[in-house]
Design a protein around this ligand. Structure first.
Ligand code: SPV
Ligand code: MG
Length: 584
């Protein structure tokens, strides 16, 4: 994962020194932000040369003043200060592994340069290159620009001060010669090179904006002739932006150790972005530019978003594994009688409602099911689930059935009607919000679409009235922690109801305790007395105990969903389900 990549800045400083020991020419590619850095870190190609397979990649990043400034919409004139450069540097370093060389511009005055050295080294940078121009410099590539060079003795002093500031020997300071850029010629460049090397520079970068490499090759040839003690372990570097036909191999043969591709990531992306804009304008849609765009998933993957998704899933599964699902399925109603089995076992295109429910629940990581059987209970043959039994299902209804599973109510659980089919995303949302303790201990999933079809419904619905109702301006699940149930039941007037309860509820451990305490408190008292909408507690619905809980002052919350579920109550529902759930 990129943003969690573990790395030690201190070790990373040495990464360049370690690579240089290999003795081959190193290639550095410009990066101007984190994503360009990730690309430079990743890209590898496989080439076969002289029958041998080789992997090629960049050795590290060039954090360029030109492209860092341009990315911020600024000219390359040292407007972007050290702190801002550090911000970019840190972003690039964050998820990458390779060494970084930073373009330090002129370094400023010696005190400013000391600060730069200290901060860059601490950020894990391996090398800073400073150019021998007067602060504030102008970019070197534009013809006709004022190019004022620093007094070489003053510049040498800056190098000396920098070397005294660094903590690790492996952190390197390279001097960049701008004599050829300023039109002062080879002789000036060679004289300056000597002075800077004597002051302790770890190497020399010779810069040129000519179309051919003759000048820098000539410089390299003269550099080799310097006294051995002056150039021992010193590096030679160049930036072939304008003289770009020369190859790395030729540069290596001329004595160069480091080649820098100084601005190509920015320039390439600039062109690609322009193309995308033009194509979209031309076509009035984005289809045509798709082949030139990286897939969203690839970018998600590279910046660690898919890992985050995986971890979210793992966490949800860890949490879900503790949650049981209690499904009372004992009842003998009209439809059950017709099919001579619990409604849960009625098949829709060859698969029972219960099988469909369990498949959807397993898909979201729930694996612990408790089914309360009753009517023709021997027909429940599903494996890897727990069964309880309500033997008195003729006289004891759904609430009593639920309490046949009371031994399974010591941990959080989901209560589920046995005759509903639902989109698994509803359960996913329920699990997600149930992890948020502030949502409350008891949550009922409610349908907010009921208002649209309430006049066409001829069956009894479990209706809900809430307080603190929030305005539904969007269609999908939105949940308001403030919206609490105040009334629930079948006898509520449709016109005053806010929602329909869909038969799915979540109880936290504490919610389960509230449910049990309430039930055991009323079960004897209402054995032969009306209990809310029911003749007595044994014939009570789930909604009756919820109303009792609310009346006792406990909060019951709602999770709003918009459609995505159906109840199977009669033959018409079955027919409709058969057209929706076509898979066997
Ligand atoms: C940069 O990339 O910022 C450089 C190299 O300093 S150049 O733009 O060629 O001057
Ligand atoms: Mg620069």
């Amino acid at each position: 994962m990129s943003f969690l990549t573990k790395r030690s800045n201190e070790k990373r400083v040495s990464a360049l020194a370690n690579k240089l020991k290999k003795g081959r020419i190193l290639r550095f590619m410009e990066a101007h932000n984190a994503i360009s850095g990730l690309i430079v870190d990743d890209i590898k190609i496989n080439v076969v040369k002289n029958g041998k397979r080789r992997f090629l990649e960049f050795d590290g990043f060039w954090e360029s003043s030109f492209t860092d400034s341009a990315s911020k919409g600024l000219p390359d004139i040292e407007i972007v200060g050290i702190e801002s450069r550090l911000h970019t540097i840190n972003q690039i370093m964050e998820g990458t592994k390779k060494p970084m060389i930073v373009d330090g511009d002129t370094g400023g005055d010696p005190s400013r340069f000391e600060y730069m050295v200290k901060k860059f080294e601490a950020a894990g940078v391996s090398m800073v290159i400073i150019e021998d121009k007067v602060f504030p410099k102008r970019n070197s590539l534009e013809t006709g620009t004022r190019q004022e060079l620093e007094d070489p003795v003053l510049f040498a002093e800056k190098i000396r001060r920098g070397q005294l500031t660094k903590r690790k020997k492996d952190f390197m300071i390279m001097a960049r010669l701008e004599s050829l850029i300023a039109g002062l010629g080879l002789k000036d460049a060679l004289e300056r090179a000597k002075i800077y090397l004597e002051a302790g520079a770890d190497g020399i970068m010779i810069h040129s904006k000519k179309d051919d490499p003759d000048d820098i090759l000539e410089f390299a040839a003269e550099f080799k002739k310097f006294p051995k003690q002056l150039i021992e372990n010193k590096m030679l570097c160049c930036v072939p932006t304008t003289y770009n036909t020369i190859t790395e191999r030729e540069l290596a043969e001329a004595g160069f150790n480091i080649v820098i591709y100084a601005n190509h990531m920015l320039r390439a992306s600039y062109l690609a972005m322009q193309k995308a804009c033009r194509e979209i304008l031309k076509s009035g849609r984005s289809f045509e530019i798709d082949p030139y765009c990286a897939p969203v998933k690839e970018i998600f993957n590279r910046v660690g978003f898919l890992d985050v998704k995986e971890k979210d899933k793992e966490m949800a599964e860890k949490f879900s594994s503790k949650i049981k699902v209690l499904i009372p399925a004992a009842g003998k109603d009209e439809l059950a009688k017709k099919y001579q089995r619990s409604r849960a076992l009625i098949e829709i295109n060859g698969k029972s409602i219960l099988e469909r429910q369990i498949k959807a629940l397993r898909n979201v990581g729930l694996n612990n099911f408790v089914i309360v059987k009753g009517y023709n209970g021997e027909l429940f043959r599903m494996e890897n689930v727990n069964y309880c039994e309500n033997k008195e299902y003729e006289t004891k209804h759904i609430l009593s059935s639920l309490f046949c599973a009371q031994d399974h109510m010591n941990s959080p659980f989901i209560f589920l009607y046995s005759d509903i089919l639902f989109n698994e995303n509803i359960i996913r949302d329920l699990l997600r919000i149930s992890q948020n303790k502030s949502i409350g201990d008891i949550v009922l999933v409610v349908d907010s679409s009921f208002h649209q079809h309430k006049n066409r419904i001829d069956r009894d619905l479990d209706l809900i009235v809430t307080k603190n109702k929030t305005q539904d301006s969007i269609r999908r699940v939105i949940n308001s922690v403030d919206e609490k149930v105040s009334f629930i039941g079948e006898k509520i007037d449709k016109s005053s109801a806010d929602y329909e309860f869909i038969g799915i509820a979540y109880f936290s451990e504490n919610g389960a305790k509230i449910l049990k305490d309430t039930y055991f408190d009323v079960v004897v008292k209402y054995s032969n007395n009306r209990f809310h909408e029911a003749e007595n507690i044994h014939k009570a619905n789930f909604t009756d105990i919820i109303q009792e809980i609310i009346n006792r002052g406990y909060e019951v919350n709602v999770l709003k969903t918009h459609k995505g579920w159906m109840e199977i109550e009669n033959e018409d529902d079955l027919k409709l389900a058969e057209t929706i759930y076509k898979d066997a």
